[in-house]
Write a protein that binds this ligand. Structure first.
Ligand code: B12
Length: 262
């Protein structure tokens, strides 16, 4: 057996990026400046790199993006260090379950199907993400929620208006509402999510609001409470994670209700 492959590696606390030689600090960044491509634009890109702590920095690519913008790639040595002791890792707060276990738990706890209403709201037409979670064909080798016998999926599609989503959720007696937001221009994902969560709070009595779940590649971790939702899912989310989260939360809610009833 090759012990080099299996022996645990002790990591240092302080690390630097690596390009050509260990510890050289080399990183590559790309950005666009709102000026035409000329020598001054290239100087501006290097000035920005220096202010970002990249020294020395090389301009490895500059390309005009139309008459008024220039795209740059800069390769340089970052002056900053990373302290691994300060890295905060958010662990998943629920166990990953198989589709079979998810179905069994729903059947046992709810004694009916769990109803999920999903949509892409606002002007956002990026349905691939929500479809990856909901549609039977799924994502990353996992079947979507439609595959789960004990989950009823109502996929409302793209560009759904918030009042329409609220009405559909009420009509279907949704246990959970799954919303996708991919476009983040001008913080549209934040504004749309806050509008959506406020509308649900207004339309339902306190304590009766369905579980509100949003997903998309650019939500900030830990921002769910500020957005008024129960959970955020990011890049690379799999349907199995979402199903596991839904039953975990449902189990917690039914346990609390039973506790109150005693
Ligand atoms: C495909 C695509 C399109 C297709 C969409 C087709 C469709 N039916 O969805 C078309 C061509 C229509 C399109 C149009 C536009 N697009 Co577009 N598009 C993309 C692209 C290339 C891929 C997106 C995608 O499908 N990803 C794959 C899925 C599986 O990943 P995902 O969405 O992140 O979903 C995962 C997770 O985030 C999470 N998730 C997502 N939603 C949800 C919801 C829940 C409830 C849960 C639990 C999880 C979850 O789970 C998913 C699986 O892991 C991206 C660039 C990129 N590489 O990401 C640009 C991109 C998203 N588009 C962009 C833009 C700007 C546009 C347009 C405005 C372009 C234009 N000027 O017309 C229009 C807007 C149209 C509109 N009204 O929304 C920008 C957005 C920039 C920004 N910061 O907002 C991007 C990032 C491209 C770029 N770099 O500029 N686009």
């Amino acid at each position: 057996m090759n012990t080099r492959d299996t022996a645990p590696r002790t990591l240092p606390d302080i690390i630097r990026p690596y390009g050509d030689t260990t510890g050289d600090g080399m990183v590559q960044v790309s950005f666009t400046l709102p000026i035409p491509h000329d020598k001054r634009a290239e100087g501006a890109a290097l000035q920005l790199a220096a202010k970002m702590g990249l020294a020395p920095a090389l301009l490895v690519h500059a390309k005009a993006m139309g008459p008024d913008f220039t795209f740059f790639i800069v390769y340089g040595s970052a002056a900053h260090l990373v302290d691994l002791r300060d890295v905060v890792v958010t662990e998943r707060e629920f166990p990953l379950l198989s589709a079979r276990d998810v179905n069994t738990l729903i059947k046992k706890r709810l004694r009916r199907q769990l109803v999920v209403v999903g949509a892409c709201i606002g002007t956002d037409a990026h349905t691939v993400g929500i479809d990856a979670i909901l549609n039977i064909k799924g994502f990353a080798g996992q079947k979507g929620l439609e595959y789960y016998r004990e989950i009823k999926v109502v996929n409302c599609g793209a560009q759904v208006l918030v009042p329409e989503l609220v009405a559909r959720a009420r009509e279907e007696r949704a246990d959970a509402v799954l919303v996708s937001q991919v476009v983040t221009q001008k913080d549209a994902h934040i504004r749309n999510t806050m509008t959506m969560s406020a509308a649900f709070r207004e339309a339902y009595p306190a304590g009766k609001v369905p579980l509100l779940v949003v997903g998309g590649p650019r939500f900030e971790q830990g921002s769910a409470p500020a957005l008024g939702v129960d959970r955020i899912f990011g890049k690379g989310t799999t349907p199995g994670e979402v199903a596991s989260y839904l039953v975990h939360t449902m189990a917690q809610a039914t346990a609390t209700t039973k506790e109150h009833a005693r």
